[in-house]
Design a protein. Structure first.
Lengths: 280, 271
């Protein structure tokens, strides 16, 4: 079943005519006790088909809000989102959540099969896909375990398997590795890249780690501290497939990370100043 | 001799008498009630206690055998179990469905919460006369009493169970395209199951209390009736038999429910 998606042209970020997600003037205002709070302010964004798109920003810049709007878990205040829908009845997007999002009452297998089960696909098809992705994430042996019997890294692998098995058009990832220790993080980044290479789906990945953004992404958008706006967008100049550690050892990698940091530093400082201002 | 060589003499060697701490505790657990029974028996035979109120255990046991032999005990136990069963269905199932719905829907919670809070504190025993008036002296009034007793603990625990489910699980089910019914069956019901089982255990206890009470007042069968009737004909032993059977029923139900819980909530059992 992966063959049809494999046949897609490899992504070259910047093919302007092939936009998967087009966002115009997106604004989200939350009503809070202290009055309205603008999380996102007239954001414009084009994400090309097949692009591994990273969003980096200081905490509280509304990046999670953006993802939740795209996932259908939140609605925007104003602005438009156009997402080109898959024609073959596949789901538009699946999200890999931050932290523990596996159902504690389901086994690894049932968790990974969740999206397919909800769509009532034929049993044989569910079995084929779930076993494929559990195999790819090295979890076949643990298919009948419950989440509490797994380590944090393994749990997040199940999350990845669940999203990929669902075969969505777009993958939304909300800091999926932020709770993991450094060693697990590198392992999972490497595995994610490998699995992603097989299908090259459009990915929108949110992180506060510049390293993660440069390691994984085709294109990186740096967001401003609240309200969240576009600060800068940069194309990542590294070829694929990538090896995480090999990439990080290159001098050009360090330069590029530094480059992103120059944009981000101002915003982190501004976010800090805003926090201190509001708490005093 | 060859026998001993083939099977290591572990079952009857002296060392088996030096018990481990766990076994020691188990022995004490069994020995203490037995000792109490023995004490009771001696006290009754020597006339230290009034046998009109506290007949000797051996007497109670004799009566129990009689009641088993003439089939009476079975008739009454069956009648009570039958009412418990239907009360469990009529009270438990609506409580479960309403509890989950209230947990899921804020609107329904706003509507139903005041009603539940207002009626819950009424002692269930106090509405027995009203129930007898409405449903008569037949079977329905007993079943309704059990149903009411079960309804509240299951409803309240089920709702609390759903409210305790973390929001992220509902987000996941929504993002992965679950329908309302699928959210109900894959998130709300299994997520609330640990507390639902707590509610069921509490409810069954309440059901046993209320069934004995209801049968004392308006019934011609059942364990409650048997005990009440025994009071009227001054057969104290029969009263004790009734108490023993009800206690045994309570213990059996708890054991069965614990097994069911282990089966339904396997993800909590091994924590």
């Amino acid at each position: 079943m992966a063959a049809s998606t494999l046949a897609e042209p490899p992504p070259r970020a910047g093919a302007a005519d092939d936009v998967k997600i087009r966002i115009r003037g997106l604004t989200k205002v939350f009503e809070s006790k202290r009055g309205p709070f603008t999380a996102l302010d007239t954001l414009n964004l084009d994400i090309p088909t097949g692009c591994f798109f990273m969003i980096v920003g200081p905490s509280g810049c509304g990046k999670t809000t953006l993802l939740r709007i795209l996932a259908g878990l939140e609605t925007q205040s104003t602005g438009t989102i156009e997402i080109s829908q898959p024609a073959d009845g596949r789901p538009s997007n699946s999200m890999i959540f931050q932290g523990d999002s596996l159902f504690p009452w389901m086994t690894v297998w049932d968790n990974a099969a969740y999206g397919l089960t909800m769509r009532r696909l034929p049993k044989a098809q569910i079995k084929e896909r779930v076993s494929f992705y559990l195999n790819r994430t090295g979890l076949s042996r643990f298919h009948d375990h419950y989440p509490h019997q797994l380590s944090g890294g393994m749990r997040q692998r199940v999350s990845i398997a669940r999203a990929f098995a669902n075969d969505p058009d777009i993958l939304l990832m909300d800091e999926p590795f932020s709770a993991l220790d450094e060693q697990n993080k590198v392992m999972l980044q490497e595995e994610l890249l490998k699995i992603w290479e097989e299908t090259r789906k459009t990915v929108l990945f949110i992180t506060h780690s510049v390293d993660e953004a440069v390691t994984l992404g085709d294109r990186i958008m740096v967001m401003t501290a609240h309200p969240g706006r576009e600060k800068a967008t940069l194309d990542v100049p590294f070829e694929r497939p990538r090896q995480v550690l090999e990439l990080r050892a290159r001098p050009a990698y360090g330069e590029f990370v530094f480059n992103i940091w120059t944009y981000l530093r101002e915003e982190v400082q501004r976010a800090r100043a805003l926090d201190e201002g509001s708490s005093s | 001799m060859t026998d001993i060589v083939q099977k290591p003499a572990r079952s009857w060697s002296l060392s088996s008498f030096s018990l481990s701490r766990g076994n020691m505790e188990r022995v004490m657990n069994i020995a203490s009630p037995l000792f109490l029974l023995l004490l009771w028996e001696i006290a009754a035979r020597l006339g230290w206690i009034d046998v009109r109120f506290f007949p000797a255990p051996s007497k109670i046991f004799q009566t129990m055998l009689q009641l088993i032999e003439n089939g009476q005990l079975w008739v009454h136990t069956k009648a009570s179990m039958y009412r418990l069963f239907w009360g469990f269905l009529w009270g438990g199932v609506p409580a479960l469905l309403l509890g989950i719905s209230m947990g899921l829907s804020r609107t329904l919670r706003a509507i139903m919460d005041p009603l539940v809070s207002a009626t819950y504190p009424i002692p269930k025993s106090a509405i027995l006369p009203l129930i007898l008036l409405i449903f008569g002296l037949g079977e329905p009034s007993k079943v309704v009493m059990v149903a009411i007793g079960l309804f509240y603990p299951i409803l309240i625990n089920t709702m609390a169970g759903v409210l305790e489910i973390q929001k992220i699980y509902f987000d996941v089910s929504k993002n992965f395209g679950a329908s309302k019914l699928q959210v109900f069956t894959t998130v709300a019901l299994p997520g609330a199951m640990p507390l639902i089982m707590t509610g069921v255990k509490l409810g069954v206890g309440m059901g046993l209390i209320l069934i004995s009470l209801a049968e004392m007042v308006g019934a011609k069968s059942g364990l409650g009736f048997m005990m009440w009737n025994a009071w009227e004909i001054l057969s104290v032993e029969t009263m004790y038999v009734g108490l023993i059977v009800i206690a045994a029923l309570g213990i059996t139900f708890t054991l069965i429910l614990t097994e069911i819980e282990r089966f339904l909530v396997p993800w909590k059992a091994s924590r």
